[in-house]
Design a protein around this ligand. Structure first.
Ligand code: NDP
Length: 244
C-alpha cells in the first residue's frame, strides 16, 4: 500500500474506522507513515490495518474511556516506538433542536468530541513532545459558525478551536498544532442522528454538495508533511457550493 518511502514517523488516528479517519489512515500510510488505528469497531480497524499491511496496527479504544486510551498509548510505545502525529478525529454529530431534550446525546457529544480529544492529547502528549510532534484536531465549520439545531455540537467544536489555539501557543516549538474545520463531507456522520426531521434535512444538505473524506485526508497529510519551520494553524475547508 505505501507508495512513498517510509518516514519513520508514527501517526495515531482516533475514529479510524470510517469516514475522514479511515481516509486519513490510507493517505498517511501512502506517504510512508506507520499507523495506529483507534476506534470502537474492532472489525473495521482490523480490516483496514490488514489492508495497510505491516505499517498499521489496530487498537480497539473508546475515547470516552481513559483506560482504553492509556492502554492504546502503551501499545503504540512498545510496538511502534511512540506517536509522532495524533489526529483527534473521533466525533459524533447528533443534531436536534435543543428543546428536544436529548440530554444523553448532548453529553455524548461533549464526551466524545471535546473530552475525547482532550483525553487523547493528555495521554499521548509525552510521546508527541519526544522528537517533534504534530497534533491535528478535527473541528468543523460548526467550530466557527452556529445555527439553530446544532448548539451542543457547535459548543464542542468551538471548544476544540479554543483548545487548539491555546495548545498551539503553549506547545510550540515541540508540537505543532493544526485545527481543521471541514464543511459538509460525505461520511457516516449523519447516519447516527436520531431526530428524524433533522436527519432528513441534514442528509439532503450533505448529499447535494459534500466533498469527500479523501479531500480532508489530503489536507491532513499536507499539514503534517510541511517543514518544521511552518505550521498550518487553522484550515477551513468548505465544499465550494456550501454557503455558510
Ligand atoms: P464518521 O461517522 O464516518 O466517523 C466518526 C468516527 O468517530 C468513527 O470512526 C467512530 O468509530 C469514531 N467514534 C465515535 N465515537 C467514538 C468513541 N466513543 N470512541 C472512539 N471513536 C469514536 O464521520 P466523519 O468521518 O465525518 O467524522 C470524523 C470527524 O470529522 C468528526 O470529529 C466530525 O465531527 C468531523 N467533521 C465531519 C464533517 C462531515 O460533514 N462529515 C464536517 C465537519 C467535521 P467507532 O464508531 O468505530 O468507534
Amino acid at each position: 500500500m505505501p507508495t512513498n518511502p517510509k518516514t519513520g514517523r508514527v501517526a495515531v488516528i482516533t475514529g479510524a474506522s470510517s469516514g475522514i479517519g479511515a481516509a486519513a489512515a490510507r493517505a498517511l500510510a501512502a506517504h510512508g507513515l506507520q499507523l495506529a488505528l483507534l476506534a470502537r469497531r474492532a472489525d473495521r480497524i482490523q480490516a483496514l490495518a490488514a489492508e495497510l499491511g505491516d505499517d498499521a496496527i489496530a487498537i480497539a479504544a473508546d475515547v470516552t474511556d481513559r483506560d482504553s486510551i492509556v492502554a492504546a498509548a502503551e501499545r503504540v510505545e512498545s510496538e511502534l516506538g511512540g506517536a509522532d502525529v495524533l489526529v483527534n478525529n473521533a466525533g459524533v454529530m447528533l443534531l436536534a433542536p435543543f428543546t428536544s431534550a436529548q440530554r444523553a446525546e448532548h453529553r455524548q457529544m461533549v464526551e466524545v468530541n471535546l473530552m475525547g480529544a482532550i483525553t487523547a492529547t493528555e495521554v499521548f502528549l509525552d510521546q508527541l513532545r519526544d522528537g517533534g510532534g504534530d497534533l491535528v484536531n478535527i473541528s468543523s465549520v460548526a467550530g466557527r459558525t452556529a445555527r439553530p439545531g446544532n448548539a451542543v455540537y457547535a459548543a464542542t467544536k468551538w471548544g476544540i478551536n479554543g483548545f487548539s489555539e491555546a495548545l498551539r501557543q503553549e506547545l510550540q516549538p515541540d508540537v505543532r498544532v493544526t485545527v481543521i474545520e471541514p464543511g459538509a463531507v460525505a461520511t457516516e456522520l449523519t447516519d447516527h442522528i436520531t431526530d428524524d426531521e433533522t436527519k432528513r434535512a441534514t442528509k439532503r444538505f450533505v448529499k447535494d454538495l459534500a466533498i469527500t473524506a479523501e479531500d480532508i485526508a489530503e489536507v491532513i497529510v499536507f499539514a503534517v508533511t510541511r517543514p518544521r519551520r511552518m505550521t498550518l494553524n487553522e484550515v477551513l475547508v468548505r465544499p465550494t457550493a456550501q454557503p455558510g
